[in-house]
Every structure is written in structure tokens, then in C-alpha cells.
Design a protein around this ligand. Structure first.
Ligand code: NDP
Length: 479
């Protein structure tokens, strides 16, 4: 299927008529084409967005809210169609797309459709000076939203929904590897009555289309989710133009397991936090640290549970692990497994590509567990972003904490314990933006979401996202 750009409410071919192949990772074959847009397409999108801005930014909150909630309803009505499209484009199990990706995309619109009606500004009375200050929170104008391939519609809408709720107009680019559901979203926005030009979706390569968005002098804010290297590049390009930036970047998250946890719950959740979405979630707990007392038992039980996971075609209902997103990504992930032994690691389970019957050219890999003894090895320091986890034991709280923190990333951490003092100590001292205790990826959309260190700058979620997409202006009135 060939897809088109969505500009000013219309579906358009790229100005130069160039296209890029789009692959179905489950079979390793081209199944469509996407626009290879240039800076001229981005400029066109920008022009329409800036024309739409004066009216949209003056549209009542009630009307904006109604449109966002209508988009959410329509996504829910089209759940199966969107889930199928996401699964084909990305390789993720269809069930996962039905249960997580598309419902969450719908929730993003519903949440920010409601949140905008509760978003208020502050006022400060300057007592004794006969003056009162209030803060206007004004939309920025035209903003850029750039998202990755792992949770395509989920992360795309996590940016777009607050941006338009706050009154901005958007030029957005999904990953060129997974553009399909972003393309389908255009139709739904038209049906929901989103005015033309408020959202514009331009498809293409990061280095050309994405680059044109971040370089555009009048796109004043960029919300980006993707790799740390790309984030650093965006920061360098944007800084001299003083753009507002929100960067959600890579992770290498610790999963710290103490002997006093609720064992069965921890075990089941750890299988999920290791391998959900083929391990391609920035929040996956890819470094597992286990208290020495239960290390051997955990190792045995974890291997057993992981060996029961079924690698298969994403459409099959019994598939736990689908295909990786691309041939290049499969090779990257495999290259880490290949160096494991030279780094002193021991492959306890998996490590090999899988040939799925009838889909022999698909990008499948076994879930892989590697035992390591040195936290400084590449396997423990670099983001692999696939179905590969390392495990390692520790003796004391101090050791567990320093292993968790000895990494350049700081997105999330998971802690398994029933000890309250330990919970509080770790919660305060873990160098991450998110700490889950006795759970994983339990998300409340009101909470601040983001990382520290090389996992990013800024926070998304709840009012944080609405603050990002607005400019505060102080008005001081003397009376
Ligand atoms: P990339 O950084 O390669 O790409 C992310 C997006 O940026 C894509 O749309 C990409 O386009 C685009 N892009 C690439 N180069 C540029 C450029 N020069 N200017 C503007 N845009 C550009 O990341 P991946 O898509 O490979 O995604 C995986 C990464 O995302 C992992 O590191 C993961 O940890 C991180 N991530 C972080 C999350 C968080 O919340 N912190 C959540 C999910 C993922 P194209 O694809 O066309 O190249």
C-alpha cells in the first residue's frame, strides 16, 4: 500500500515524487511505499500550519476538547484496523497492538482533550505593592513532533495530542520504518472535524525530512523521542535557534530484585519487562540484578519461563514474541549477542535467529538471557533495544544501588522488595526519571514522564506536556 503526506487536511504525493520502500518485518518483504519528502514538503506543511494557527489558537477549549475526544472515539471504533496496520508495519504481535498500542493512542487524545479543560494558570498578588501578577500560558505556534518506530502510534499521539490541545499547529514525522498508522490517523482527524492545517504529517527519512523540521527557523519547539545520538544532534542544531526542546531518549534500565519480594509476581513481570514488544521498549528492564540469596533459584525459574515464550508470526494469537522491526535492527541486536562470550558473558538461553515456518525471511530472534559478571561490559552499558537481557548477582543494598546507577542512561528503574526503608532509599537514590516498585510500566498519564543523564531532557505527560507546549507570560498590573 502506498501512503501519502497529510498536509492541510489533504493526502498529497511528495513534491519530487520520490518514494522509499516499506517492509513487512514478519516476512522480510516490501509491502508498500512511503513519500521520501524533502525540505520543500516540510515548508509546505509549515505554511499551512502557520495559516491555521491564529484560528486554532483562538478556538475555545471546549471545542478543542470535543475534537480530541472524537478522535479518541474514532480510534477505538477502528481499533482492529489500526492494530492490524501497526502489527504489519512493526512486526509486533497483533494482540499487543490491540491491547496496548492502539488503546493507548486513543487514551492520549482523550486524556489531553480532558486535561486542557483543567489546565489553569497562576496568579500572584504582590501584597503591599498594590499589584497583581498573572501568568498567561500561550501556545507556541507551529511545533515539530518526531517519533520512533517501537511504539509508533502510541508515541506519535503522545506528542501530537498535547500539542494541539494547547492550541499549537503541528508538523509531525513518524519513523520512516513504521509510518502506516500515522498515515491512517489523518483520515480520522478529518472525520473528527480537526480543522485543516492544525496537524500536518510529513513522511520520510530522519536525515532529510526530520532534519528539515529541526532546522526550520520558525518551528519553535521540537518534541522528540528516539535515540540518544539523534537527540544530541537535534540539541546541537536547535540550540543556536533557541528552540524549546523535549528529548526522550535511550535507556538501559535496571531491574533490581531482592529476596524479600513477592516472588511469583516478580518472575512473571520480569518476563514481561524483559521481552514485551521484542524488548523494543525504552522502559524494558534490560539489566537484571538479583540478590545473591535467590540468584540460582531465579536463574533456573527465569530460564524456564522464558523458554516457554513462543516466537512466531505476529498475527498468530499464541505468539508472545513477534518480529524485530527491520533487518538492520536484527543484525545490530545479534551483534551484541555475538560479542557476549568475548566479554566474559555466558548465554544461558536463546541467542539465535528463528526461522518461522511460512515466514522464513522474517526478522525473528529468540529471547536471550546472558549472565555477566562485569557491569562495565558493553552488554551492560550500551542500549541493545531487542529481546536480550543480562543477569548478574549482588550481595548488599549498596552494591545493588551502585550497579543500577553505573550507566550513562537514566530513564527508569524497577525495584522488587517489600522493605519500606529500602524502597524509600532506592527511590531517592536511583538516578532515573521513573522508579517502579513491585510493578513495571504501570502508567498514569498525569505523571511526569522522562529521563535524566543521557536518557533525555524535559518531561512529558499530564500538565508537564501542556507546560512544554505553551509559553508562560507574566502580566503585572499595578492598581
Ligand atoms: P532514532 O533516533 O533513529 O529515530 C527517531 C526519530 O528521529 C525517527 O523518526 C527518525 O527518522 C528521526 N530522525 C533521525 N535522524 C534525524 C535527524 N537528523 N533530524 C530529525 N529527525 C531525525 O531512534 P529509533 O527510531 O531507532 O528509535 C529507537 C530509540 O528510541 C531507542 O534509543 C529508544 O530507547 C528510544 N526511545 C525512547 C523513549 C523514551 O521515552 N525515552 C521511548 C521509545 C524509544 P527515521 O526513522 O526515518 O530515521
Amino acid at each position: 500500500m502506498n501512503i501519502k503526506n497529510y498536509i492541510n487536511g489533504k493526502f498529497e504525493n511528495p513534491i519530487h515524487g520520490d518514494y522509499i520502500d516499506n517492509y513487512d518485518p514478519s516476512v522480510g518483504e516490501v509491502y508498500g511505499q512511503i513519500p521520501n519528502s524533502t525540505n520543500e514538503d516540510v515548508e509546505k506543511a509549515y505554511e499551512f500550519a502557520s495559516k491555521a494557527f491564529p484560528k486554532w489558537s483562538n478556538t475555545t477549549l471546549e471545542k478543542r476538547s470535543r475534537i480530541l475526544i472524537k478522535i479518541s472515539d474514532l480510534l477505538e471504533e477502528n481499533l482492529v484496523r489500526f492494530a492490524k496496520a501497526e502489527s504489519i508495519d512493526n512486526g509486533k504481535p497483533l494482540n499487543l497492538a490491540k491491547q496496548i498500542d492502539i488503546p493507548r493512542a486513543a487514551s492520549n487524545f482523550r486524556f489531553f482533550g480532558n486535561a486542557i479543560s483543567q489546565f489553569s494558570s497562576e496568579s500572584h498578588e504582590s501584597v503591599g505593592l498594590n499589584a497583581v501578577n498573572f501568568t498567561l500560558r500561550q501556545p507556541i505556534g507551529v511545533v515539530g513532533c518526531i517519533s520512533p518506530w517501537n511504539l509508533p502510534l502510541y508515541l506519535f499521539t503522545w506528542k501530537i495530542a498535547p500539542a494541539i490541545a494547547a492550541g499549537n499547529c503541528v508538523v509531525a514525522k513518524p519513523s520512516e520504518v513504521t509510518p502506516m498508522t500515522a498515515f491512517l490517523l489523518g483520515e480520522i482527524c478529518n472525520e473528527a472535524g480537526l480543522p485543516k492545517g492544525v496537524l500536518n504529517i510529513v513522511h520520510g527519512l530522519g536525515t532529510t525530512t526530520g532534519q528539515a523540521i529541526i532546522e526550520h527557523p520558525n518551528i519553535k519547539a521540537i518534541s522528540f523521542t528516539g535515540g540518544t545520538k539523534t537527540g544530541a544532534h537535534i540539541a546541537r542544531v536547535a540550540a543556536p535557534m533557541f528552540k524549546k526542546l523535549s528529548l526522550e531518549l535511550g535507556g538501559k534500565n535496571p531491574n533490581i530484585i531482592f529476596a524479600d519480594c513477592v516472588y511469583e509476581k516478580m518472575l512473571a513481570t520480569t518476563v514481561r519487562s524483559s521481552f514485551a514488544n521484542q524488548g523494543q521498549i525504552c522502559l524494558c528492564g534490560s539489566r537484571i540484578f538479583v540478590e545473591e540469596k535467590i540468584y540460582e533459584k531465579f536463574k533456573k525459574d527465569f530460564i524456564k519461563k522464558v523458554s516457554e515464550l513462543k516466537v512466531g508470526h505476529p498475527e498468530k494469537s499464541d505468539t508472545d514474541i513477534g518480529a524485530l522491526v527491520s533487518a538492520a535492527h536484527l543484525e545490530k541486536v545479534k551483534s551484541y549477542i555475538d560479542i557476549a562470550e568475548s566479554e566474559g558473558g555466558k548465554i544461558l538461553f536463546g541467542g539465535n535467529k528463528v526461522e518461522v515456518s511460512g515466514s522464513e525471511n522474517g526478522y525473528y530472534l529468540q529471547p536471550t538471557i546472558i549472565e555477566v559478571s562485569d557491569n562495565q561490559c558493553k552488554l551492560n552499558q550500551e542500549e541493545i533495544f531487542g529481546p536480550v537481557v543480562t543477569i548478574m548477582s549482588f550481595k548488599t543494598d549498596e552494591e545493588g544501588l551502585s550497579l543500577a546507577n553505573e550507566v550513562k542512561y537514566g530513564l527508569s528503574a524497577t525495584l522488587w522488595t517489600n522493605n519500606l526503608n529500602r524502597t524509600m532509599q532506592f527511590s531517592k537514590l536511583l538516578q532515573t526519571g521513573i522508579v517502579w516498585v513491585n510493578t513495571w510500566m504501570l502508567r498514569d498519564l498525569r505523571t511526569p514522564f522522562g529521563g535524566v543523564k543521557e536518557s533525555g531532557v524535559g518531561r512529558e505527560g499530564g500538565f508537564e506536556a501542556l507546560r512544554f507546549f505553551t509559553e508562560p507570560k507574566n502580566i503585572c498590573i499595578k492598581y
